[in-house]
Design a protein around this ligand. Structure first.
Ligand code: SAH
Length: 396
C-alpha cells in the first residue's frame, strides 16, 4: 500500500478525526497509487494516522476510510460500515414505518462519497468520490445484505464527481428495473419517485419532518408553496385540511409529476390545489401587485450558493424572495423559509431573513428552527455534512 505523508503540523485535523485531507497538507506520496486506491496516511514524523482513499485530481486529496491504522479496507469493511448505518436508522423511532429514507449519509456514516437513499424496495446510490467509485461492487453487496432490497440504481451524475476527475455514471447495478413506477408513502401521502430523471436521487427526503409539521398546522389556511418540485409540501398541506394550496415551480415536468402525485391520493381535496408554472421571483411580485395574501408561505429554493464563493449573490436572492414573502403574509402569518446552500450558514441565513422582515416593515419572530432532520445523523466534527437550514417565522 502506498503511503501519504503529511506536511509538518498538518496531522491536526486528522487527529480530530476530520475525514478530509486537503492537497496543501500533503507532503509526499511514497509508492504508487491510482485514483481511489487506499493509502496509508502518516504524519510527518511517520506516526500512522489511518487509511484513506487517494484522489489525485481533487483538492480534497484523500478521504479517510478509517482512523485505525490497522483496519483493513476491504469488502468486509464496507459490509460492516453499511450495516451500522442502516442499524442507526432502524433505531430511530421517527423513521419506523417510513419507506422513503436516507440510509447512508457519506462522511457522517464513515463512508465518504457514498449516499444511499431507500425508496420502498429500491435503493439509489450516489458515489461522488474516487474512493467510493472504486468500491462500487462492495458497496452494492453491502447494501443488498443490510437491506434485502430488490434493486439498486446508481445516480452518480452529481457535478461534484467532476472535481474528482470522474465521469457521470447512471444505471441499474442490481436487480431488475421496476415494472411500474416507484412510489413511497410519506406519512400517508403517496408520492411517485423518479429515480432515473428526478432531482438528486429522485426526491427531497430531508424535508420529510418539515412537511409533516406543515400538515399539522395547515387546517383552514391559505398556503403558498414556492419551489414546489413534485408537490411534497403541497400534498401534506392538503392532507392537513388547508383551505387552499397554491404551488409554484418553473419546471413543467416537476409540476406534471406534482399533479400526478395528487391524482395518486384520491383522499385529498384536489379542488383546493392550484399549480402555477412560473418564476417565483416574478410570481411573488405579481401577487403583491394583485393584492393577494396568504396565511402560510413555504420558500424552499434550490441551492443558490454551492460554496462560500457564491455567498454574496446567494444572499441577495434569499433576501429578495424572503422580503417578497413577508409582504404577502397576512397578520399572524407563518413563513417556512429554507437554505440548502453549503455556502450560507444558519447564522448568515438568519441575518438575511431578519433584514428581509425589516425591509418589508414586518415585526417577526422565529417560532422554531427547521433543520433537515431526515438527513441525520450528521457527524459532530463535520459541519460540511449539514446543508439544509430552515426557520419558521411568524409575523405580527
Ligand atoms: N420543496 C421541494 C423541493 C424543492 S427543489 C420538496 O419538498 O420536494 C427546488 C425546486 O425549485 C425545483 O423543483 C426547481 O424546478 C425549482 N426552481 C428553481 N428555480 C426556480 C425559480 N426561479 N422559480 C420557480 N421554481 C424554481
Amino acid at each position: 500500500m502506498a503511503q501519504l505523508i503529511l506536511m509538518p503540523g498538518k496531522e491536526r485535523s486528522a487527529m480530530k478525526r476530520h475525514p478530509w485531507l486537503f492537497a496543501g497538507s500533503v507532503g509526499r506520496l511514497e509508492g504508487r497509487a491510482r485514483p481511489g486506491d487506499t493509502v496509508e496516511v502518516l504524519a510527518d514524523n511517520l506516526r500512522p494516522l489511518g487509511r484513506a482513499a487517494y484522489s489525485p485530481a481533487s483538492q480534497i486529496r484523500a478521504r479517510f476510510w478509517t482512523f485505525d491504522a490497522d483496519e483493513a479496507v476491504d469488502d468486509a469493511f464496507f459490509k460492516r460500515r453499511i450495516a451500522a448505518a442502516v442499524a442507526r436508522r432502524q433505531a430511530l423511532p421517527e423513521l419506523r414505518g417510513q419507506d422513503g429514507l436516507r440510509l447512508i449519509h457519506a462522511e457522517s456514516d464513515g463512508l465518504p462519497g457514498v449516499i444511499a437513499d431507500q425508496y420502498g424496495d429500491t435503493v439509489v446510490v450516489q458515489l461522488t468520490s474516487a474512493g467510493a467509485d472504486k468500491w462500487r461492487k462492495a458497496i452494492v453487496a453491502g447494501l443488498v445484505k443490510a437491506t434485502g432490497c430488490a434493486r439498486i440504481y446508481e445516480r452518480s451524475d452529481s457535478d461534484v464527481r467532476g472535481l474528482e476527475g470522474l465521469e457521470p455514471t447512471t444505471g441499474w447495478l442490481h436487480g431488475e428495473p421496476p415494472a411500474g413506477g416507484l412510489s413511497i408513502a410519506e406519512n400517508g401521502v403517496r408520492l411517485a419517485v423518479d429515480v432515473v430523471g428526478g432531482h438528486k436521487t429522485g426526491f427531497y427526503l430531508d424535508q420529510r419532518e418539515n412537511r409533516a409539521w406543515l400538515r399539522s398546522v395547515a387546517a383552514g389556511k391559505d398556503v403558498l408553496n414556492c419551489f414546489c418540485y413534485t408537490g411534497g409540501f403541497s400534498l401534506q398541506a392538503l392532507a392537513g385540511d388547508a383551505a387552499s394550496v397554491l404551488s409554484i415551480d418553473s419546471s413543467g415536468p416537476a409540476l406534471a409529476q406534482a399533479r400526478a402525485n395528487l391524482a395518486l391520493n384520491p383522499q385529498l381535496p384536489a379542488e383546493r390545489a392550484e399549480w402555477l408554472e412560473a418564476d417565483v421571483f416574478q410570481a411573488l411580485r405579481d401577487f403583491r401587485k394583485a393584492g393577494r395574501t396568504f396565511d402560510l408561505i413555504v420558500l424552499d429554493p434550490p441551492k443558490f450558493a454551492p460554496s462560500a464563493a457564491h455567498a454574496e449573490r446567494a444572499a441577495r436572492a434569499y433576501k429578495d424572495i424572503n422580503l417578497l414573502g413577508f409582504r404577502l403574509l397576512r397578520p399572524g402569518g407563518l413563513l417556512m423559509t429554507y437554505s440548502c446552500s453549503g455556502g450560507v450558514g444558519l447564522e448568515l441565513f438568519q441575518k438575511i431573513v431578519a433584514s428581509a422582515a425589516q425591509d418589508a416593515g414586518r415585526d417577526a419572530r422565529i417560532v422554531r428552527r427547521l433543520a433537515g432532520d431526515a438527513d441525520h445523523p450528521v457527524a459532530l466534527n463535520f459541519p460540511e455534512g449539514e446543508y439544509l437550514k430552515g426557520l419558521l417565522v411568524q409575523v405580527d
